[in-house]
Ligand binder design. Structure first.
Ligand SMILES: NC(=O)c1ccc[n+]([C@@H]2O[C@H](COP(=O)([O-])OP(=O)(O)OC[C@H]3O[C@@H](n4cnc5c(N)ncnc54)[C@H](OP(=O)(O)O)[C@@H]3O)[C@@H](O)[C@H]2O)c1
Length: 238
């Protein structure tokens, strides 16, 4: 039976993944700021869910969370960082860019680092980050979000490299979704995957310990094109 920590599991991808891991007999620690959502999820299976109200932008609270979990559970097999925000910011308002950087860059880096160091001490573990197809190129409407996802993807690849060379059995997976039908997706758009389909594909990619996975799989085609598209064409579509 595995212990799985999902950071940012009050809604969307994190919440659905949490349910899948509980169905597969894991103990799942779910976090997020919205306590009521955590309590509603726990009520579905009280013996399998552990809830911790937590704001990822508070580093001291994050340190405390990790210390408490080490004490309560001894080891954690899998840590998934699913917390994320990002809104369009046409006027480049700093007050809008900052929370995106605090959540997707600063907090993500802090938590990736704590997870990696925990795995090195316990001798094993799997870290999963949810970046995005947005990691591949820039976007003039949502610049901080796209840049933050690029940062996450690059940082996760660095940790993957460290894991490969480590004596401990450390795996790192970067999940790169296209559009998934959650609150974050802001309405219908092309190739929008249902939450159920996307989460099942993410689960499989994690179980296979993939280095990187596009969700849904056909977004690999968009990734291929995006990487090769000249900026002079890209700016007309983005
Ligand atoms: N949906 C898509 O189309 C899509 C595409 C590509 C990548 N992604 C990525 O997938 C991840 C999950 O997003 P989602 O689509 O599932 O969106 P979502 O339903 O909005 O979920 C976001 C989660 O992040 C948590 N969170 C945000 N800020 C937090 C904070 N300061 N402290 C703790 N938790 C925080 C939220 O919990 P609280 O608000 O309760 O704190 C919530 O549980 C994100 O990293 C997102 O960038 C999504």
């Amino acid at each position: 039976m595995k212990n799985v920590l999902i950071i940012g599991a009050t809604s969307g991808i994190g919440k659905e993944l949490a349910k899948l891991y509980v169905q597969n007999n894991c103990t799942v620690i779910i976090t997020g700021r919205r306590l009521q959502m955590l309590e509603e999820i726990k009520a579905e299976n009280p013996s399998k869910f552990i809830i911790k109200q937590h704001d990822v932008t508070d580093n001291n609270a994050t340190l405390q969370l990790f210390e408490t979990l080490k004490r309560e559970l001894n080891t954690i097999d899998l840590i998934i960082y699913s917390a994320g925000i990002g809104d369009p910011n046409y006027e480049l308002t700093w007050e809008k860019e900052l929370p995106t950087l605090q959540t997707n860059v600063i907090a993500a880096t802090f938590i990736y680092g704590l997870a990696y160091k925990l795995f090195r001490v316990q001798g094993f573990g799997h870290l999963v980050g949810i970046s995005s197809i947005a990691s591949i190129r820039g976007n003039r409407h949502v610049p901080a979000y796209f840049a933050s996802k690029s940062f996450q993807a690059s940082y996760l690849e660095s940790l993957w490299m460290k894991g490969k060379r480590s004596k401990a059995k450390i795996y790192v997976t970067d999940i790169q979704p296209g559009f998934v039908d959650t609150a974050m997706a802001l309405g219908k758009t092309f190739w929008m995957a249902s939450l159920d389909k996307a989460t099942k594909q993410i689960y499989k990619a994690i179980e296979k310990k993939k280095k990187k996975a596009y969700i849904t799989k056909r977004w690999a085609i968009i990734a291929f094109v995006l990487r090769r598209l000249p900026s002079n064409l890209l700016y007309k579509f983005s």
